[in-house]
Design a protein around this ligand. Structure first.
Ligand code: NAD
Length: 229
């Protein structure tokens, strides 16, 4: 029997990521975008008819998204970054009742970078000081990037001896996203780098997460959960 496509409400649909997700979804028989909302649109009508919500908009949209998703009991895939502490708390509270995938970076390569960073930090130990350099296009609103913050958390958890990880943020041209983790040791230097060539890598991961999260129990899931890393 033919499987029904997952019905998606896309929030931030007119943005760079929204358009990339729409384009990719057009060629995916397992996805149907049934609602496209942007700034000023009411999300409730489409929320009622969807199986899952994908949010790539702006951090302050999250309060309304969580309120309406809770009302209609819909799973969320949150790609938007730059949330405040209070906005993070709202996401965590909502995840007690709904399944949510919240990831600062939906690329498979970057999620492997998170994994490798943890492994390298554990092996290299306290002799190595770490730092992060990230570069993005000039239009990016938040700095440091959500991905750089996640990398810093991974390093802090693995390297108890370095409580603060310096992050250098560069904004230039139309760079999609570059992240380098540097390990500076006695007489040697070790780097792990990821360069995104196109926004499609994030869109591909977000659509994969949307299909994965439908039917899961409530909880806050990462992209590493989706990939089984
Ligand atoms: P963008 O500025 O091109 O698009 C954002 C869109 O959201 C705009 O069309 C804007 O009008 C709309 N918007 C703003 N407030 C809204 C609201 N309250 N309700 C509905 N729509 C609203 O930005 P972008 O490059 O597409 O990125 C969007 C977000 O996704 C950013 O936070 C960015 O950092 C993040 N991002 C995450 C990943 C990831 O893998 N997690 C990858 C790329 C970008």
């Amino acid at each position: 029997m033919k499987e029904c496509p997952a019905r998606v409400l896309l929030i931030g649909a007119a943005g760079r990521m929204g358009k990339t997700i729409s384009d990719l979804a057009d060629g995916d028989p397992k996805i149907e975008i049934i609602g496209r909302c942007d700034l000023g649109d009411s999300i409730e009508p489409s929320m009622q008819n969807c199986d899952v919500v994908i949010d790539f908009s702006q951090a302050d949209a999250i309060t309304e998204i969580c309120r309406v998703a809770l009302k209609h009991h819909k799973p969320l895939v949150i790609g938007t970054t730059g949330q405040s502490r209070e906005q993070h708390r709202i996401i965590e509270e909502t995840a007690q009742s709904l399944p949510i995938v919240f990831a600062s970076n939906f690329s498979i390569g970057v999620n492997v970078l998170f994994w490798l960073t943890r492994k390298a930090a554990e092996q290299l130990g306290s002799d190595f000081e770490t730092e992060i350099v990230e570069t993005h296009h000039k239009m990016k609103k938040d700095a440091p990037s959500g991905t750089a913050k996640t990398l810093a958390e991974v390093l802090k958890a693995a390297k108890k001896t370095q409580p603060e990880i310096p992050i250098q943020s560069i904004r230039e041209g139309d760079v999609v996203g570059e992240h380098t983790v540097i390990f500076n040791g006695p007489a040697e230097r070790f780097e792990l780098s990821h360069r995104a060539a196109s926004r499609e890598i994030f869109a591909r991961g977000a659509l994969r997460a949307a299909k994965w999260i439908i039917g899961r129990p409530p909880g806050l899931y990462s992209m590493q959960d989706v990939l089984g890393l």
